[in-house]
Design a protein around this ligand. Structure first.
Ligand code: BV8
Ligand code: ZN
Length: 254
């Protein structure tokens, strides 16, 4: 991988590396990105409109069906070389913090620990009324391609509807994870921004926090984003190719 030697040296000296990921890091695992056009039952919807408490209140079966279809995709997917390279970093840098906007568990299945999920996790449903945790039946839901409306299960404690364990638009981020992510962005000396369009706030502000404090910031994305001219280095290409090459080049063979 062709990176200036001075940047390689700065990365190797980093005491605290923060890896910040978005939906693009799971793209090569076959998971559509958040802003990829929706398909099937939801093709006339905009993800941002579906991922809201209002949409769930208006049509719980439409929203729950969408998450079940996505959850089936994730259960069938495998971590890709980008997830594996990020997990391999854990043993190679003095301190690593992984912060993700994704609601899948592919970082964990690749071997990463203590991943900070800013937007929740799809595998942790809870009751929309009493907020107690719910549980999915074991196995992969047998969702037809393109999905279907599906009534959410009811809470065993209060009879309320279960909802996906994600943060919807207009909802607050989980406080502990968000506070930890800010602390990491304020203290890291290297920041890898991988596979995100950087349009969703406040998550996207982590990159600008790192830039402001002078950390070396590297963006990995096959497409341009608003951060192209602010980061230290843009590596344009798919995460599954770029991230393993970057980790090998800087921190040794995976
Ligand atoms: C909040 C979980 C405080 C659900 C998600 C009006 C009222 C209220 C709030 C707002 C408002 N106006 C604006 C806001 C703020 C709002 C926001 O940012 N809106 C945006 C759209 C402008 N934010 C919020 O509401 C947040 N809460 O602000 O609370 C508050 C509360 C009340 C009132 C006021 C303020 C909550 C945001 C969380 C939303 N939930 N997900 C679910 O997943 O279903 S966000 C959703 O977007 C996903 O989590 C996704 O991860 C995230 C970010 O998107 P990306 O990950 O970047 O994915 P995207 O598809 O966009 O891009 C993929 C990228 O990958 C692309 O760049 C592509 O080029 C690249 N790529 C593709 N292939 C590859 C690749 N990269 C590498 N390799 C590849 N192979
Ligand atoms: Zn309940």
């Amino acid at each position: 991988m062709d990176i200036e030697e001075r940047l390689v040296r700065r990365l190797r000296r980093a005491r605290h590396v923060l890896v910040f990921t978005g939906a693009g890091v799971s793209a090569e695992s076959g998971i559509p990105t958040f802003r990829d056009a929706l398909t099937g039952l939801w093709e006339n919807f905009d993800a941002e409109a579906l991922a809201t408490p209002e949409a769930f209140a208006r049509d719980p079966a439409m929203v729950w069906g969408w998450y079940e279809w996505r959850r089936a995709n994730v259960l069938r997917a495998q971590p890709n070389p980008a997830h594996l390279a990020i997990a391999a970093l854990e043993g190679r840098v003095p301190r690593l913090t992984v912060v993700t906007q994704n609601v899948d568990d592919l970082h964990e299945r690749a071997g990463s620990h203590n991943v900070l999920h800013l937007h929740g996790r799809m595998d942790r449903p809870f009751c929309a009324v009493c907020r107690r945790p719910g549980a999915y039946p074991p196995g992969i839901p047998d969702e037809p391609e393109g999905g279907r409306p599906l009534e959410p299960p009811l809470c065993i404690h209060c009879g309320g509807r279960l909802r996906p364990g994600v943060v919807w638009f207009g909802e607050m981020l989980p406080e502990a994870e968000w506070d930890a992510a800010i602390a990491a962005a304020e203290s890291c000396d290297a920041f890898l921004c991988i596979g995100t369009s950087s349009v969703v706030q406040p998550a996207a502000s982590l990159t600008t926090m790192a830039i402001r404090r002078g950390a070396i910031t590297i963006q990995v994305n096959p497409n341009p984003t608003d951060l192209d001219h602010s980061v230290s280095l843009n590596l344009s290409g798919p995460a599954g190719v770029i991230v393993p090459a970057l980790v090998d080049r800087v921190w040794g063979e995976i």
